[in-house]
Design a protein around this ligand. Structure first.
Ligand code: 6GU
Length: 245
């Protein structure tokens, strides 16, 4: 996979690209992550990328031509299928299902907006998908783009070691994750649940499933409406619901 991030602040991404899991994935050539400075595609001598909104009003609008130039340059870097994503609070809210879809793409071009957003014609003509990371306002699309790129890249085969496998993630099966314990067996007077020390893998698996269900019911009950549940899951949830009434 290739990811090109189009931004007015390319330095913002240097730490993200050079650290941790992404660093390893890049070193192992599982992915290429690059930034393109939109300002490099400003055509005038002052390299202006924003202008006053027609009709008046507060703030500035990102001009369409530098955006078009930056997207064209990104497409030249990987001829073939690419998807242009514009990070905006007006977009579809990111969730794990959308992350999984994006992880199957060959080339993501991620456009970070600033000021009052981009010229509408650039959005209509050049953008394939608009994505938000939640219902709150950030000063620009960079932090949102970093969240998107991190969530997508960790799903690319080989990026996570088996120790960090994505299969058991919260949300990957639509449920929250079960609680985890490590040594010591007792901490601040609290013991590790006995079943985890039993060596009975069947019972441990069942206990973890039930913990996931209970946690999801307590913390994010709305998630349960969307997941596929086994008969035993439903019976367990019914039991919990009866206990709490
Ligand atoms: Cl993608 N951009 C901005 N500026 N704010 C946001 C966002 C994006 N997603 C949530 N808030």
């Amino acid at each position: 996979m290739r990811v090109d991030i189009l931004t007015l602040f390319p330095n913002f991404f240097s730490g993200i690209v050079s650290e941790s899991i992404l660093k390893r994935a890049i070193e192992r050539e599982l992915i290429v992550v690059d930034t393109i400075n939109i300002r490099d595609f400003a055509f005038d001598k002052h390299r202006v990328v924003d202008d006053y909104p027609y009709g008046g009003g507060a703030g500035m609008v990102m001009k369409p031509e530098p955006i078009a130039g930056a997207i064209a340059a990104a497409k030249e870097r990987r001829p073939g299928n690419s998807k242009v994503i514009y990070m905006t609070p007006q977009g579809k809210v990111l969730n794990q299902q959308l992350v999984q879809q994006l992880a199957t793409e060959e080339h993501l071009i991620v456009l970070c907006g600033h000021y009052e957003g981009i010229d509408e014609r650039a959005r209509e003509e050049l953008v394939d998908e608009e994505i938000s990371i939640g219902d709150y306002v950030l000063t620009g699309g960079e932090l949102a783009a970093a969240v998107l790129v991190d969530s997508v890249i960790r799903l690319i085969p080989g990026v996570l070691g088996s120790a960090e496998s994505a299969a058991g993630d919260s949300f990957s099966d639509g449920l929250l994750e079960y609680p985890q314990y490590t040594r010591p067996p007792e901490f601040m007077g609290r013991a590790v649940p006995e079943i985890l020390l039993s060596g009975d893998h069947g019972r441990i698996k069942q206990w973890r499933r039930e913990q996931s269900l209970q946690r999801t019911l307590e913390r994010r009950p709305e998630l349960l409406d969307k997941v596929e549940l086994f008969k035993a899951d439903k019976q367990f949830l019914d039991k919990l619901r009866k206990l709490s009434t």
